[in-house]
Design a protein. Structure first.
Length: 216
């Protein structure tokens, strides 16, 4: 799922990694030896252009934005309990942007004045409403600006907050939804392939009976 992931920063977008990565290479080498080991090309070489590949973390370094978030979620962000209890979808955003905030502090080393927000965009082929770019081309500041716009920050304040009150790290994960691709029986190997006595597969790319993938 996270093979070939890359990271940007406040000023740069997460770059494209053109290498299919070690996990896919390993699966390909296995599949060349026996058809029962699945068809990795169905997942490793068939990534839709409009799917979800970009997410990011926004670390808010002061309290300027908190009242706007709390107005939406109706909860104190620093209560020490789960904040959004799952993703909040911004249905009017062209990226189909969403955000999620876990219990704060999210990390042990997190500073007391910081709040960490996870954001993601499900449409990678459309330009944003505030940032007139595809999410795949956006720096961390631009990811933050689009989010601030949709949670109601006055437009005159957006650039300053995104630059001075937040640290945003974009992450590009080319295979994060590849296990949702259309597939047939045999495209994923069985947990224990036919005839195998000392090899088994685990994870989202194995045909696991009565199981679903990801957060379903």
């Amino acid at each position: 799922m996270t093979e070939s992931s890359t990271y940007g920063d406040n000023n740069t977008s997460a770059p494209v990694n053109k290498d299919i990565g070690g996990s896919c290479k390993l699966w390909k080498r296995l599949a060349q030896q026996d058809v029962s080991f699945g068809k990795p090309e169905k997942f490793c070489e068939n990534i839709p252009k409009g799917n979800w590949v970009i997410s990011g973390t926004i670390t808010l370094t002061d309290d300027k934005v908190l009242p706007y978030i709390e107005k939406i979620i109706k909860k104190n962000l620093k209560s020490g309990t789960m904040v959004t209890s799952g993703p909040v979808t911004i249905k009017d955003c062209h990226w189909l942007y969403g955000f999620s905030i876990s219990r704060q502090p999210h990390f042990k080393a997190q500073k007391e004045n910081e709040v960490i927000v996870w954001v993601y965009g499900l449409f990678s082929d459309k330009r944003g409403n505030y940032v007139k770019k595809k999410i795949t081309d956006c720096s961390g500041i631009e990811l933050c600006e689009e989010w601030l716009y949709h949670i109601g920050i006055p437009e005159s304040e957006i650039p300053s907050i995104a630059q001075n009150s937040a640290i945003t790290i974009p992450c590009r994960m080319p295979y994060i939804t590849s296990y949702f691709m259309p597939r047939a029986l045999g495209d994923r190997p069985l947990v224990v392939p036919n005839g195998s006595v000392n090899l088994a597969f685990i994870g989202n790319f194995a045909e696991t009976e009565k199981d679903t993938v990801f957060t379903t």
